[in-house]
Design a protein around this ligand. Structure first.
Ligand code: GTQ
Length: 351
């Protein structure tokens, strides 16, 4: 007679023998699968522009925009190397286009935002309309619209690309096509979309041209800055956010894209904010000024000191607070609309 097996041996044998049938016990992984609170593998990180820029310019010598299709250095979360992701759901990259270059026309189901970081006079074209890029402008490429980028100015132009690439990959819902033409034909004068949708008015007839995505494709910095200036003069300061506005799709009041929310905020000189945490991971682009963000997670605290054109990421459920001695302006984007659509968004404002 065999000796009775120990409990541990019984279990080990069960796991081994059922494994060929692709069966595995839940109880060994339950706590990791449904953690008591979000347990992101992502970490906070900062990309200083002065360190990144030389590599972007070297990329400009190493490959043409035409050859690369999109000449972009991806900002990879240090804990997600090789995954082309800055958070589990979001992608970020810095794209360079040099004078005379064209990044050829294509389309994909992934939605994109462009936030202009350096240089003036490049354009992006979406569905027959071009818009000129200026620093601080927030530009949208809706899902499945043809888009090409070009630079007819004199200097390099760099922008932040924010896309929902990891999210679309998660859903296995990505499609893409190259256009037969390198640059698409222009069919409407520049500014048409802003005139139609950018003045708190909308065409009397016709459907939303880009479905759930905002019909405005350039939200100019001039106007975002003016709004924040005005609030700084007249409105009460929020102890967490300073003065913070969200960009809207004027046809719905919701986020400009179904997968990504975008924000612009002003921290006035001397700001020392309260801490908060939220389930949506957020990517920031510093527009003006200096400041720091103190991020705490799992008992570890890190302070990221930022200046103009720097980029940083605050992952899900990391506690963060801002300080700015001299004042600053920050653009950011996150996957909040998806959290909200699923009814799983959570935010805590701490003191
Ligand atoms: O400009 O279409 O950074 O398709 C990554 C994928 C930019 C773009 C990126 C893209 C684009």
């Amino acid at each position: 007679m065999n000796a009775p097996l120990s409990t541990a041996a019984v279990r080990a044998q069960l796991y081994t023998e059922m494994s060929p049938l692709n069966l595995t016990p839940l109880w060994e992984v339950l706590h990791a699968l449904v953690p008591p609170q979000p347990a992101t593998p992502c970490v906070s990180a900062l990309w200083k522009y002065e360190q990144v820029r030389p590599f972007l310019m070297r990329a400009g010598e190493a490959i043409t925009a035409d050859e690369a299709v999109r000449r972009v250095l991806i900002l990879e979360n240090p804990a997600l190397r090789g995954q082309s992701a800055i958070t589990q759901s979001l992608y970020a990259g810095l794209q360079l286009i040099l004078p005379g270059e064209v990044a050829p026309s294509h389309r994909h189901t992934q939605s994109a935002l462009r936030f202009i970081v350096e240089g003036t006079g490049a354009y992006t074209a979406v569905d027959g309309e071009r818009t000129t890029m200026r620093p601080g402008d927030f530009i949208i490429t809706p899902s499945w619209t043809w888009h090409d980028h070009g630079n007819e100015a004199h200097g390099p132009v760099v922008w932040l690309d924010g896309l929902d690439i990891p999210m679309i990959r998660f859903f296995d819902a990505g499609f893409a096509q190259n256009d037969s033409r390198k640059s698409q034909a222009v069919s409407r004068p520049e500014g048409t979309s802003l005139a139609r949708y950018g003045y708190n008015m909308a065409p009397v007839r016709g459907n939303a041209p880009f479905g759930a995505t905002s019909p405005i494709f350039n939200y100019p910095y001039e106007r975002s800055r003016e709004a924040l200036d005005r609030l700084e003069r007249d409105a009460p300061l929020d102890d967490w956010d300073g003065f913070k506005l969200r960009y809207v799709n004027p046809l719905t009041g919701g986020s400009p894209m179904p997968t990504m929310a975008t924000f612009m905020q002003r921290l006035p000189p001397g700001f020392s904010g309260n801490p908060w945490r939220q389930t949506d991971g957020a990517v920031y682009s510093v527009v003006e000024g200096q400041g720091e963000i103190v991020i705490e997670h799992a008992g570890i605290q890190s302070t990221l000191a930022f200046g103009p054109r720097d980029h940083f990421v605050v992952p899900s459920w990391h506690t963060a607070r801002f300080k700015s001695a001299s004042g600053c302006v920050l653009f950011s984007y996150s996957d909040r609309p998806v959290h909200q659509a699923l009814g799983i968004h959570q935010e805590e404002r701490l003191s």
